[in-house]
Design a protein around this ligand. Sequence first.
Ligand code: ATP
Length: 415
Amino acid sequence: GGAGTASTTRQVKLEKESELRIEVANDTPLRLRLLNGTAEIFGTELPPQIWLTFPPHFKFAVFTWYGATIEMDGSTETDYTADETPMVSYVNVHAVLDGRRNQAKASPESSQGPRVIVVGPTDSGKSTLSRMLLSWAAKQGWKPTFVDLDIGQGSITAPGCIAATPIELPIDPVEGISLEMPLVYFYGHTTPSQNVDLYKALVKELAQILERQFTGNAESRASGMVINTMGWIEGVGYELLLHAIDTFNANVVLVLGQEKLFSMLRDVLKSKPNVDVLKLQKSGGVVSRSSKFRQKSRSYRIREYFYGIANDLSPHSNIANFNDLFVYRIGGGPQAPRSALPIGADPVANPLRVAPVNFDRDLLHVVLAVSYAQEPDQIVSSNIAGFIYVTDIDLQRLDFVAFDLLDAFYCVICW
Ligand code: ATP
């Protein structure tokens, strides 16, 4: 790999049930098209002959069930073909889920389709498997709900959030999930250990809202859910997985790439006969990402929110008065001094406490989430409308504009 240059195009012939694994070069995009045969990228079929452009650093695979010829134009970090993939086992899972959706649709009593939760360590391919299951389902006309609980590398919106959205069409291989009206809850950190209670509270809120939506919508109820989770599977991370399985009433647990996690979950879920726990092989194509790379892709995701994936959005800038904005922080905040507490009590902050944040220079370069809450005490239970980025703080004025990238963000702004 890596031999290509921008001026050379080359063709790759793929045998049936094999894939072309590609990491796009660090500085230039890659163009690729399907010349003949049929092929898909993570569950979404490629249109014949049409050039697609993949941005630098992009990591993906073009898989074919029956054979295909692919043409590439541009340079890659690596590209190679692999004929050993777990795709047959993945599509078999899809077939079983599809059967359950049909059953749900046909029977008015048990009209709930499969609620699938995908778990496994970091870099086991959870997001990718979730995506395939969703795209294959959408291709067959279902409208499954995608729930993303991964606050570190979420694929629905900016990092630091949990979110859900219906998937009505196979997911675009380059653009990702098209967002009509995602349901987003703002957590504000990229690790759940920062505030475990808040994370659980938000998961519960999201589950309750979806439950309510399902009640009135037979189609999405029968289509079910695919829930993507974090790669943190030890200790509190494991507790949070159990919490998610329970809270969403998941009935299919797919464990990727870890025997130990599989046997732990199988044992603990034995008491629930309607929950199936399945072990699936991790794909050899999944690329491990360093913490530096994760950090970068988080910044990139925030940038993408404001500018669009192809730099086609221009953020709207605005100036507002201190009096017109209310900024709050959830959890943390100043604790009661020890002297104000009964003897022996520890000054623990209430993790769900909503505290006002003063306007000062600390707010500069912070990303704030805009809450639908009407009152501060509704903030934890409210979803958000979007984000703003603070570019300037004046003595009397606040200037909000989407401009740069950052990593620390923790505030909720309420209107
Ligand atoms: P985490 O939870 O740690 O964020 P994950 O388990 O969800 O990660 P993915 O995001 O699915 O893992 O995969 C990691 C990276 O590997 C992604 O960039 C994805 O596009 C890439 N990848 C997955 N499968 C393949 C494959 N078969 N060939 C090439 N690249 C792949």
